[in-house]
Design a protein around this ligand. Sequence first.
Ligand SMILES: Cc1cc2nc3c(=O)[nH]c(=O)nc-3n(C[C@H](O)[C@H](O)[C@H](O)COP(=O)(O)OP(=O)(O)OC[C@H]3O[C@@H](n4cnc5c(N)ncnc54)[C@H](O)[C@@H]3O)c2cc1C
Length: 472
Amino acid sequence: MTDAQARLIVEAQRTLGPKAVLTDAADIAPWATDWRGRVHGATPAILAPASTEEVAAIVKLAAEHRVPLVPQGGNTGMSAGATPPADGSALLLSLRRMNRIRSVRAEERIAVAEAGVILETLHDAANDVGMRFPLTLGARGSCTIGGLASTNAGGTQVLKFGTMRALVAGVEAVLPDGSIHSGLSGLKKDNRGYSIDQLLIGAEGTLGVVTAVALRLVPAVAARGVAWAGVDTPARALELWRYLEARTDSIEGFELVPQDSLALVLKHIRGTRLPLDGEHRWHVLIEATTPEAGTSIGAELERLLGDALNRGIIGNAVPASNESQAEAFWKIRDSISEAERAEGQTLAHDISVAVADMPRFIVEASEQVERAFPGVIASGFGHLGDGNIHFHVRAGSHAAPDWYEAEGAEITRFVDDLVTVAGGSISAEHGIGQLKRIEFARLADPARVHALRAIKQALDPLGIMNPGKLVP
Ligand SMILES: Cc1cc2nc3c(=O)[nH]c(=O)nc-3n(C[C@H](O)[C@H](O)[C@H](O)COP(=O)(O)OP(=O)(O)OC[C@H]3O[C@@H](n4cnc5c(N)ncnc54)[C@H](O)[C@@H]3O)c2cc1C
């Protein structure tokens, strides 16, 4: 520990109280490694303020002592953005004690939640007043509102409601000089230049500490219809999406599943069953919802899929006959990564291209990867309607136990090159963090790099906010 860190820790203990400063190695350990257990960091302390004023006091101290801070929420991020550097040079700033929901106003459709509020807690609070916060994802029981905003998280409902960027009405944050930006007034119109709120969304803790967020609510779901459809190709799946999109605005989930992924789920995940009879090379899980009680949304979805079948867009489809069957369909989709891990080593790429280009990209990129790296199996699943899929490359059965370490970086570079040539993004949902920083630096165009560096330098000239993350 450096002298500056030691001084900061003593002053933080005075400011926050001793219980809010963890220095015991056993208390720190779970938070110093990323969620996937791949990146191991080190830090002499975790500081856990309980209010915006306390965060501001800590940031001022950090600036004074030139000690970097790594903001952290639930530590569920996929790019190791919340993992401190391995040299122990930074302190972790945990927002988990800032876990108050300040207000939930159904008539204004706004909830104000502090950064450390767990997503599921917000879901419950919105539900209690007949409303809904529509963003949801697998980590909802542990990820925080501050982390979701800072990674501009997406999830399975983006199709209808957008990412965090669309769902945030305002941000309160402590900037790197310790000043407080208060953007929670929920103004519908505000043209005072650059949007500081939007700058902080997706900034991965590099421009300040998000302390509270005003979030947009929508009416609660009154009923949903879920169905599983079989198609020949990803192009047919996209045709189905276009067909549905033109006829209803009730579709909020549209997930592509290749036959290979379905087979792995049925092989490895207990309690899963084939959803649809017949041979289909690709599958689509569709969810339609309505806030209107008494609307037969399931029947509407069934009718539309019947029409799609008659037009030859799909090979077959089956509606979920009840809630437990709907959950069983979603379980298949949500278990793909787990099934792949059970099968063997897998390299995951969270990528996006223009929606119209995605079917061709999936087919051609898979062929190219399999040709360039004989024995691997490449495929894509996920949010087709968002132009975002998880492009996964699995080791073949012959692969050495160190395949991931030995060949992973080269395969990822190959995939990232294909994505870049297609005009896409090497990070659709998960951010850059530390895991994608080298690839981001290699592939980002000069204008983007220039702007990112200039913004970072302007707001954080001392480089104390999450150094070594995101900015190339
Ligand atoms: C099972 C699982 C499923 C997932 N599914 C999806 C998905 O479908 N879509 C998707 O987009 N993501 C998904 N994710 C990743 C998702 O990004 C995170 O779950 C979530 O957004 C991060 O929240 P967190 O509180 O855990 O943040 P952390 O992991 O703690 O931090 C993430 C980043 O945000 C910064 N940060 C955290 N809090 C603050 C704050 N208050 N102020 C400033 N910076 C802060 C950190 O420094 C770090 O850079 C999934 C993760 C898991 C584990």
